[in-house]
Write a protein that binds this ligand. Sequence first.
Ligand SMILES: NC(=O)C1=CN([C@@H]2O[C@H](COP(=O)(O)OP(=O)(O)OC[C@H]3O[C@@H](n4cnc5c(N)ncnc54)[C@H](OP(=O)(O)O)[C@@H]3O)[C@@H](O)[C@H]2O)C=CC1
Ligand SMILES: O=C1O[C@H](COP(=O)(O)O)[C@@H](O)[C@H](O)[C@H]1O
Length: 569
Amino acid sequence: MAATGLRFQSAAFFSARQRDAGTKPFHHCSPHRIPIARRIGLLKTKSSNGRPQISASFSNEMLDESLSGERAPEQQGGSTVSITVVGASGDLAKKKIFPALFALFYEGCLPEHFAVFGYARSKMSDEELRTMISRTLTCRIDKRENCGDKMEHFLQRCFYQSGQYNSEEEFAELDRKLKEKEAGRVPNRLFYLSIPPNIFVDVVRSASRTASSSGGWTRFIVEKPFGRDSESSGELTRSLKKHLAEEQIFRIDHYLGKELVENLSVLRFSNLVFEPLWSRNYIRNVQLIFSEDFGTDGRGGYFDNYGIIRDIMQNHLLQILALFAMETPVSLDAEDIRNEKVKVLRSMRQLKLEDVVVGQYKGHVKGGKSYPGYADDPTVPKGSITPTFAAAALFIDNARWDGVPFLMKAGKALHTRRAEIRVQFRSVPGNLYRRNIGSSDLDQATNELVLRVQPDEAIYLKINNKVPGLGMRLDRSNLNLLYSERYPREIPDAYERLLLDAIAGERRLFIRSDELDAAWAIFTPVLRQLEDKRVAPELYPYGSRGPVGAHYLAANYNVRWGDISSDDS
Ligand SMILES: NC(=O)C1=CN([C@@H]2O[C@H](COP(=O)(O)OP(=O)(O)OC[C@H]3O[C@@H](n4cnc5c(N)ncnc54)[C@H](OP(=O)(O)O)[C@@H]3O)[C@@H](O)[C@H]2O)C=CC1
Ligand SMILES: O=C1O[C@H](COP(=O)(O)O)[C@@H](O)[C@H](O)[C@H]1O
């Protein structure tokens, strides 16, 4: 098979970066898994996790076959990818999706033949869409060359179709426009549903009937929330599957696309020093912490129907927990990883009401500035008891994790913006140096591994260390891998990675329906109880550290939150 047709634009850039990097190839935009390419032995480079990756000479036909699993008919001119952002006028589209697509284009990671379409009810011309998008596009901080030209080239490939979300006719109109741009090439189509969940099924029904690709693949990225509980999530899955095969559904959890979350498995499975310690034998507790220093800010209407447990814990934090706690997968293939995640999720105990603390932020005046409470948001119903903060203690009933508390804490309008994983290890039995450790509480002198997902990505390990000098005094110090120092290039946004993977047909970072069922099974009973019993959230001031109840919950399990110590907060 000739390596002609679609080429990743990265060819020139790729080799330039390889030269710049000095030694190893720079694998910034390779999808994770290219089985057919490996089979036919064309690829010479290896990715950082040892897997083969796309080379500059990857042909259309190879791409079609390897990435979609569906053999495309032989056609003149190779293949093309059209990405339709449904809900193009919305917040997420403007803030994340178009900028991520531009970043991929800028880095040479999009296929040669591609088009971006916006679809929404708002009336807009192509030009107006371009103006709207251009306001949020940014250039890589570390690589600004030709950015203006690249923006212009990218915008020329962006088009708009206005339509109702349930209109087969208007999706058929989109289909006609897509065909024009596809110009007889094998058409691959990706729809990104960046819309409120109540219209997911309308869009999937209409688009799958009248705007599916004939000959190439058709995939749908579906944004959260995937239902409100087990029942509604199951209903959504069944409705989607009336129109789509599971392989066409890419349920996105953008935390899985974050650099540090990606690195979690690398840390575990490619460093001998960690995996042997990764169990109840050495780990006392694990903490998954998410905080934002702003409130719901105009998204109160959406948020009030969900609350922080559904918004952050049931998906982002639980996904991280699954990656943290799963057994070693057979391989890095999507199904092997997702199988292990499902197993660990299914080993988890249903969360109990007594293991949950909920809070809601109230207005606060600080430094002469007043910060509104959640209930002051005009889009929030009066008297709402929706939690904007929650802390929870979860347990995995399997041999590896029996009895180890996995503590989660998530909140809006707190004192800082941060997401991190904290692993607190047991104390050293019969510690010879117990008298030399400043604190009398040996639990305070245990090792702690911290993966700071954001901001300022870092991995650090707290160790006990001798303070230099003639005496023998120990203190706690950090072995610190600060990304901005070690890797001084901009870290791609999670949406870039996930879009690239969806185009490549790589499902590893997307949620399978059985994973979703298992995730909802853990949280649904407690969510129901909180609502049925109308549990009142503990109020906390905007910009504070959240309800004190979170500390009592942790104390029940003999745990101290790691983010409150003076050297970390
Ligand atoms: N915004 C964010 O930060 C995040 C969002 N998400 C998820 O992404 C999806 C999109 O979010 P976001 O962009 O904030 O949503 P928006 O509320 O901005 O809605 C997107 C677009 O959908 C259309 N729309 C809005 N409400 C309705 C309605 N009731 N009926 C029909 N169409 C409507 C509007 O387009 P028009 O009127 O032009 O048709 C709007 O521009 C949601 O599922 C959300 O949960 C997930 C993570 C973060
Ligand atoms: O999914 C969501 O995530 C954002 C936080 O994402 P981040 O990447 O900025 O950390 C959160 O604000 C939002 O409420 C939630 O729906």
